[in-house]
Structures are given as structure tokens and as C-alpha cells.
Design a protein around this ligand. Structure first.
Ligand SMILES: NC(=O)c1ccc[n+]([C@@H]2O[C@H](COP(=O)([O-])OP(=O)(O)OC[C@H]3O[C@@H](n4cnc5c(N)ncnc54)[C@H](OP(=O)(O)O)[C@@H]3O)[C@@H](O)[C@H]2O)c1
Length: 219
């Protein structure tokens, strides 16, 4: 599969590395210019482009940029495509976003509203980039770590699940995109290594507005 990645920071690079290792063709991009990604591309074994080129390139496109920049993502090339949204809301970094603070929406619903026609799946937001390499295990491994997803398109979720499984993780479907708050920042299942049944329990236990202590998800 061709995978475009918008964002070439910690999580974009980690996902690009896994995607290449799994035989996918990858193009990464950042906010500056492809020429700033030359050594990264060589190290990972991927192509580089602008965000628009990565969006056009991918059959599936991963968004991995600071949330505050989400309106800069090119919408037109993503119409009809599967978009995996790894973004999180960190007010200290992104500034206060009233619609999120008031729980009127979720981070991924905001992105979906900006990308009409895209098949958006919230995925890879609830794992720290280092853990993508260290916690990956073959399918069937006891206590294999599970990652939560949410989305409104069943086929897009199926493909996201296949990709996550190939990357080394079980998947727990939290339901439609509107349920994505259950694994946003500081919810009980956020960036915690849990096997499938425990992740399901963590999603069920989440209460909107009730946060775990900041940073408790770090090891
Ligand atoms: N780090 C993690 O472990 C982790 C895990 C899960 C989810 N996340 C989430 O994933 C997102 C990215 O996190 P990160 O840690 O990878 O951040 P990061 O290391 O700061 O990297 C951000 C990347 O986004 C690019 N970018 C910024 N604005 C852009 C735009 N308008 N168009 C294209 N690219 C743009 C930056 O490019 P330039 O350098 O050229 O500006 C940079 O390559 C955040 O929402 C974060 O909360 C992070």
C-alpha cells in the first residue's frame, strides 16, 4: 500500500519506519520543505514530499502534526481516502481550544470536519512513539498490547485494524468517531500498555472531563 504521512516528527517517523518494515511505500512530509527531510528519508527508506504531495501519494494517509496546525492539512487530495489521525490536544502546546475544553467535540471530529469526504479513523494517538517499536509483538502473543481506534467508516476501520495488527498490536474498536474522547489525552487508556480486555475496560471506565494525572502515562 502507498502510505502518505503528514508530519515527520517523533510519531510520523516511527510510523514511517514501521510501514517501510512492513513492505509499504511511504512518503513523509513536514511544514517546511522536502529538502529538510533528506537524511531522515535515507535512514527510513522512504520518499519525501510536501504535505499536499504526501496526501496525494497515499492510498492511506496518516496525520501526525501538532493539533493546532490541523487546518493547514490539504483537504482536496484526501477526499475518499482513509486518514488515520494520530493527533492529540495538549493545551500548553496547541493553545486553548474552547470546543474541546467544553467537550462539544473531539480532536478527530474537528479534523473530520476539516476533511469532508475523508474516511477518518482515530488511531496511533494513544501510544508513545518509543513504544511502537518496543511493545510490538506478533499476533497471538499472550498479553499483546492493544491500541484503540474509533471511526464512522467500517471499511476504513478494517484496513486500519489490519495495518495496526501487522505493526504488532491488537486493536480495540471504541466505536464511532464521537467516542474517540475515550482515549484522548489523560483518559485511562491513553498511552498505557494494556492487552485487549484491559483496554476495553479502560475505555468503558473513561469519564468525560475526568483526567488521570498529567504524565502518569509516561514510563
Ligand atoms: N510523540 C509521541 O510519542 C506521540 C504519540 C502519539 C501521538 N502523538 C501526537 O502526534 C502529533 C505529532 O507529535 P510529534 O511528537 O511527532 O510532534 P513533533 O515531533 O513536534 O513533529 C511534528 C511534525 O509535524 C510537522 N508539521 C507541523 N505543521 C505541519 C503542517 N502544517 N504540515 C505538515 N507538517 C507539519 C512538523 O514539521 P516541521 O518540523 O517542518 O515544522 C514536524 O515534522 C501530535 O498531535 C502529538 O500529540 C505524538
Amino acid at each position: 500500500m502507498k502510505i502518505g504521512i503528514i508530519g515527520a516528527g517523533f510519531i510520523g517517523r516511527a510510523l514511517a519506519t514501521l510501514a517501510v518494515a512492513n513492505g509499504h511505500e511511504v512518503m513523509i512530509s513536514n511544514s517546511r520543505a522536502p529538502r529538510t527531510l533528506g537524511s531522515t528519508a535515507v535512514a527510513i527508506g522512504c520518499q519525501v514530499g510536501t504535505a499536499t504531495q504526501a496526501a496525494t501519494f497515499g492510498d492511506l494517509v496518516i496525520v501526525a502534526i501538532p493539533l493546532a496546525a490541523y487546518t493547514e492539512i490539504p483537504a482536496e487530495p484526501l477526499v475518499g481516502k482513509i486518514v488515520l489521525d494520530a493527533n492529540n490536544y495538549y493545551p500548553a502546546r496547541d493553545g486553548r481550544i474552547e470546543a474541546l475544553d467544553s467537550h462539544a467535540t473531539t480532536t478527530s471530529e474537528m479534523l473530520a470536519a476539516h476533511l469532508p469526504g475523508a474516511k477518518l479513523v482515530k488511531a496511533f494517538n494513544a501510544i508513545l512513539q518509543d513504544d511502537l517499536a518496543t511493545d510490538a509483538r506478533p499476533a497471538g502473543t499472550p498479553q499483546r498490547r492493544a491500541l484503540p481506534i474509533a471511526g464512522d467508516d467500517a471499511e476504513a476501520k478494517r484496513i486500519a485494524t489490519e495495518l495496526i495488527d501487522a505493526f504488532g498490536f491488537d486493536v480495540v474498536d471504541a466505536g464511532p468517531l464521537a467516542e474517540g474522547w475515550r482515549f484522548e489525552r489523560a483518559m485511562p487508556g491513553y498511552c498505557i500498555a494494556l492487552p485487549k480486555e484491559d483496554m476495553k475496560a479502560a475505555l468503558a471506565a473513561a469519564e468525560r472531563g475526568v483526567e488521570v494525572p498529567h504524565g502518569s502515562w509516561r514510563r
